[in-house]
Write a protein that binds this ligand. Sequence first.
Ligand SMILES: [Zn+2]
Length: 267
Amino acid sequence: MTHNYQYFDIHAHVHGPEFEDDIAGVLSRAKEAGIGIITVGTDEESSARAVSLAEAHGGVWATVGVHPTDTKTENINKELLTGLAKRDRTISIGECGLDYFRMKGDEAAEKARQKKIFEEQIEIALETNLPLMIHCREAHEDVLSILQSKKREHGGKLRGDIHFFSGGIDTAKRYLELDFSLSFTGVITFTHDYDEAVAYVPLDMIMSETDCPYVAPVPYRGKRNEPSYVVEVVKRIAEIRQKPLPLVAETLVENARRTFFDANLTA
Ligand SMILES: [Zn+2]
């Protein structure tokens, strides 16, 4: 491997307006701590911004996709997203998935809309041979059944990560059976709700993320989150699993490399 990353924040939103004023400082703090960053698009416009940011800075890569709660999107602009997906610094499709938390209006219609744009993005991932960055909130049964049926059809080509994993070990097991990895945020530094899942997932199937600017870990709670804080997430994973931090940190970087980068991970 031709890199010297010590940590990876596999799910950040550093191209967002919250970072506009001090992006140089945010990225240099991450760089100093040896942190690679994946900045995640949430609609077509934000995906384009994510790609531009990744193309302008070393150590940053982009995903392109439409978040399930982006209710303005009835249909994916396939041509636009596929074009963005083929750019050099784009390494994943998403965040896409299903989110049944606090749905407004006609629930059945909203679920159908979400499923449709999720499946459209899975098609783009398969066509461009990229892994998926999946968002799932209170919708594990439906996400699992979509992934299971796509897996039967496409096998190993269908792959990716379940970001901000929010289930228990039974749910974790079912994603692992589909070869999807699970990633955890700073939430694990201030609740024990996910300790069991963090301890259960095999070390080679777990990754770290901040989901910044949201959910800053202890000791930064209440502040704007940023990629350099991912160190706190990795420390907590090591603590829960009772393994040395350097071993856990190194394995998590290797997991990110294997999941999102074909071969070489360079600056
Ligand atoms: Zn996110």
